[in-house]
Design a protein around this ligand. Structure first.
Ligand code: ADP
Ligand code: ZN
Length: 727
């Protein structure tokens, strides 16, 4: 592969994907792949692994073969690529024989740049399969979720073992293996099993700066969750719970509170599960309440929050689950409800029969989870340290760093509470005690209790503040709560030491958090316009039967609503709008923005926005080499042969022949009207003008209709580029 300059790669990134720059090691990885090196790329979930093989795929001749374990994920990726005007397809067991055949035909004829294949498509006798792959002339193999090949990884899939022969069978094709699995053993195992002789290793930071971590005491959890979701009715989120039954319960309660929630767990049949997953993907459900069975298959960029109703069994799992939030890079939240009782319960179950060693590992992992929950310091630092990264002690984006926690001496409050428990004979539950402390006029308070010295001495705190203090007293062993249905409270010896003033109590309490503005510097977005743009996008998505984010991501809308573009050229400078999307969707968005600006007397703020690298479209095509294969075709054509005849005689495909002829379009050696009639040429050029689409054929065909052939469009496009494109 010829060397492609960094500038060119930036242009291609802007053109095909509409992004302003590369993230993490994307650029280095892409250059390695284009140089034909084997690569192992380790990047956190949401880090941007896909671009690492998608961009090389579109820049190279032939097609890239992507091995991906999850059918739902495959469909997402293919939808996303097509929405960017990049021809892609997949082969998996959900397709009919005919569908598969037509995909294979398209792949063979060079109409596809990326072909996704499920590993179970590789038969036990793999030799014919590799013969088949060879006929596709692959430019590279991308192996997604590469940790599935390792029995050390957390998601071993035996089908992946068949990939071991790829390198032996087709050593000249570069392999890029991608995973979010950080541990060294798995990494080595991937390299060994794929038999990569000398792969380049790229390790990215696991930090997810846009995710804000919170840990809350587990009390009145559902009330909190309902309140939280009501404050953000348009957002998507996932709630993780440990048991199947609790996912169903929580979902039912959320629905009863008017929240559009569904549940998901491994006990449902696969059809039901796929249905729920798809509906969530299409934003038909706002919230999914799920066991950890949910997530591997979902690649939804606009998940705004992940809530852990119960703790995870280990930090790895927790981090992966929270990592499903904010894949689009927008501010997102991870909230965990912690109770020490949950850890105790889980430790009881953390027993692998006849394997004391494994049981001990599970218990240690639970202990680490508890350490995290009770950590007095930056949450992010704890997590990244766990994964072996060095970071500062202050991230500015977790509950600790935002100062939402503070310590205070709560001895006096603890004494009030303990005293109320003792003076009522240790026969009542928490709610009764709190009512008593707050001097409630509730009829259930025994008349003699209103005579107590403790009656009404707790009016200084709100009900939930008393609950929080009581929870901490229970956690700390100062108060004992019975396990029966009518749980009552009793002061322990430790509790008595506080009552007798022999000990003091410091509590961690919550402060009110001020919301951080989304865009701290520069202009703010227009919230009402954002809503309107979401509606415009939703309509487009429905027409095309794709999820909303496949049209453009939330952050693109956010930028539109912030910078107020007024032309297609402006839109090309908005994140996520490559040339294709700008041409295809720009007009409708501009219309909505224009109306909004008019009504609200606003001016464009595009001058705040940094410009993207100019797209490659300004390059003039190079002339074909003299005496080369394209010249042979040209001579035959000028001798009066048709495209089909030349193809037959030369043993090449008609598409190749048209490609040859296209390279002469706009030169005086080829009479273009022999290939494209003047009327059609005018129509095509008009469309190129109005859309600004000057490199890809497919978007033109989408507008002009099927009666226009690809070859014809390609020739007209080359003609345009050579004769007018540079003006
Ligand atoms: P991964 O596979 O590593 O979990 P993806 O490839 O799905 O991550 O990328 C996550 C999100 O980040 C996607 O919405 C993707 O479009 C976006 N993204 C990837 N690379 C860039 C980039 N260079 N600039 C802006 N957004 C990007
Ligand atoms: Zn922090």
């Amino acid at each position: 592969m010829a060397h492609i300059s960094t500038d060119k790669l930036h242009q291609a990134l802007a053109h095909f994907f509409g992004y302003n720059g590369f993230r993490h090691a994307q650029l280095d990885i892409i250059q390695s792949v284009l140089n034909g090196e084997d690569v192992l790329a380790i990047m956190p979930t949401g880090g941007g692994k896909s671009i690492c093989y998608q961009l090389p795929a579109v820049l190279q001749p032939g097609l890239a073969i992507v091995i991906s374990p999850l059918i739902a994920l495959m469909k997402d990726q293919v939808d996303g690529l097509r929405a960017n005007g990049i021809p892609a397809a997949y082969l998996n067991s959900t397709q009919s024989q005919e569908e598969q055949q037509s995909v294979i035909r398209a792949a063979r004829s060079g109409d596809i740049k990326l072909l996704y294949i499920a590993p179970e498509r590789i038969p036990a006798n793999a030799a014919p399969f590799f013969d088949f792959l060879r006929t596709l002339r692959p430019s590279l193999f991308a192996i997604d979720e590469a940790h599935c090949i390792s029995s050390w990884g957390h998601d071993f899939r035996p089908e992946y073992l068949k990939l071991s022969v790829l390198k032996r069978e087709m050593p000249e094709i570069p392999i890029i293996a991608l995973t979010a699995s950080a541990d060294k053993v798995t990494q080595n195992d991937i390299v060994a099993r794929l038999e990569l002789p000398a792969p380049k290793l790229y390790l990215s930071s696991f930090n997810r700066p846009n995710i804000r971590y919170h840990i809350l005491p587990k009390k009145e959890v559902l009330g909190h969750i309902v309140e939280y979701i009501r404050q953000r009715p348009d957002d998507s989120g996932i709630i993780y719970a440990l048991s199947r039954a609790s996912t169903e319960n929580i979902a039912a309660k959320l629905r009863a509170s008017g929240i559009n929630a569904a549940y998901y767990h491994a006990g449902m049949d696969s059809r039901e599960r796929a249905q729920v997953q798809e509906a969530f993907r299409l934003d038909e459900y706002n919230v999914i309440v799920a066991t950890i069975a949910f997530g591997m298959g979902i690649d939804k960029p606009n998940v705004r929050f992940v809530i852990h109703h119960d703790v995870s069994k280990n930090i790895e799992g927790y981090y992966q689950e929270t990592g499903r939030a904010g894949r689009d890079g927008l501010p997102s939240e991870a909230i965990l409800f912690y109770s020490p009782a949950d850890i105790i319960k889980l430790k009881k179950f953390a027993i692998t029969e006849d394997d004391p060693q494994q049981s001990a590992i599970s218990r240690r992992k639970l202990q680490q989870m508890q350490d995290y929950c009770t950590h007095e310091g930056c949450r992010r630092q704890f997590l990244l340290t766990y994964f072996g990264e060095h970071t500062g002690a202050y991230c500015g984006n977790c509950d600790y760093c935002l100062g939402s926690l503070e310590e205070r001496d709560a001895t006096e409050d603890a004494q009030k509470l303990l005293s109320a428990v003792v003076r009522t004979g240790e026969r009542y539950g928490l709610n009764y005690i709190i009512d008593l402390l707050r001097g409630s006029s509730s009829a259930r308070i025994q008349p003699e209790h209103t005579e107590l010295k403790t009656w009404g001495i707790g009016r200084n705190l709100k009900k939930d503040e008393w609950q929080w203090i009581a929870q901490q007293l229970i956690n700390g062993g100062y108060l004992h709560r019975t396990d029966d249905q009518f749980a009552t409270l009793r002061a322990t010896d430790k509790g008595w030491s506080i009552l007798k003033r022999a000990a003091r109590l410091t509590l961690v309490v919550r402060k009110e958090v001020r919301e951080q503005p989304l865009l701290a510097e520069g202009p703010q977005h227009e919230p009402r316009l954002l809503q309107q743009l979401k509606a415009v996008r939703h309509k487009m998505a429905q027409e095309e039967h794709v999820p909303d984010y496949a049209i453009v991501a939330d952050n693109s809308l956010m930028e539109l609503a912030t910078y107020l573009p007024v032309s297609i050229d402006d839109i090309k400078n908005i994140a996520g709008f490559g040339d294709y999307k700008a041409a295809r969707y720009g007009k409708d968005f501009l219309h909505a923005i224009d109306m909004y600006m008019e009504i609200n007397h606003l001016e464009s703020r595009m001058h705040f926005k940094k410009a993207k690298p100019a797209s490659a479209r300004r390059d003039k095509p190079e002339r074909p080499a003299k005496g080369g294969t394209a010249e042979t075709t040209l001579q035959m054509f000028n001798d009066g042969m048709s495209v089909a005849e030349i193809a037959a005689q030369r043993g090449l495909s008609p598409i190749t022949i048209e490609g040859h002829l296209a390279s002469w379009a706009g030169t005086d050696r080829l009479d273009i009207h022999k290939l494209v009639s003047p009327a059609r040429l005018t129509a095509i050029i008009d469309t190129i003008h109005t859309t600004g689409q000057t490199t890809a054929v497919k978007p033109l065909r989408d507008i002009l209709g099927d009666s226009y052939e690809y070859g014809e469009l390609k020739i007209a496009l080359e003609y345009y580029r050579r004769t007018q494109g540079n003006s």
